[in-house]
Structure formats: C-alpha cells, structure tokens
Write a protein that binds this ligand. Structure first.
Ligand code: ZN
Length: 124
C-alpha cells in the first residue's frame, strides 16, 4: 500500500511505495530532539518527491552526512537523506535511507503509533 503526505502548506508533497512501518523511530540527537519528528525509514527507491524540489531547503550539520529537508514556505521538517545507520551507530559507508516525518502522513495519527527510541545523542 502506498503512503502519501505533505507539509502544512502543501508546497512539499511526497509518495512512498511501501507501508507505514509497524514502529516509528524517535531519535535523541540534538537536532531530532529539537525538531520532534517521528521517523519512518525507507529505501531511497521507495520515496518520491511529488512537488518541485525547489520547495525544499536542506539543513546539514557536523559531518554534513545527513540532508535534513524542510519546506521553504511553512517550515515543516519533511524528510532526511542519511546513511543507513545500524542501531549501534555503524554504517557500511554506502547504503542510504530516507527518514520521513510521519507527522506529515495523510490520514495517519503518528502520536498514537508504536515508537522505538534510538540513542542518537550518544551515537552521532
Ligand atoms: Zn510547506
């Protein structure tokens, strides 16, 4: 089943060729703690931006390894392109993943979903 979603103003929309994960992820790193996103992770090929890329702005910090995107109009955090980190913080150096802010999914209440916590504060 495909998933769709959009930011608050609708300038940034996306489609995903996969289901919503059974568990969303909350990360404790300094950025995620302030943003407050609940992440749904996908393979890059499963994620498609359904709006002009120019509507997205990218924020990078520290290693610049992760592209955190947000809507240039309404400011909602939308999706992040990052290394496919394992739960111990390791990465094979190649595989990427897309973390999508599950709060933006259509017809879905992320606040009631099961959540796992990753220790980003200490891992990276
Ligand atoms: Zn927007």
């Amino acid at each position: 089943m495909a998933v769709s979603g959009a930011c608050h103003c609708g300038d940034t929309a996306f489609a995903i060729d996969a289901d919503i994960p059974q568990e969303l992820t909350r990360c404790t790193c300094s950025f995620c703690a302030k943003r407050g996103a609940l992440w749904a992770y996908y393979q890059p090929a499963q994620f498609r931006l359904a709006s002009p890329a120019v509507h997205s702005v990218t924020y990078r910090w520290r290693t610049n390894n992760v592209a955190h995107n947000f809507c240039s109009r309404c400011g909602c955090g939308t999706f992040s392109d990052s290394p496919d980190f394992q739960t111990d913080g390791t990465w094979d150096g190649v595989t990427r993943r897309i973390g999508v802010n599950a709060h933006l999914f259509d017809d879905f209440d992320a606040a009631t979903a099961a959540v796992i916590v990753i220790d980003g504060k200490n891992l990276w």
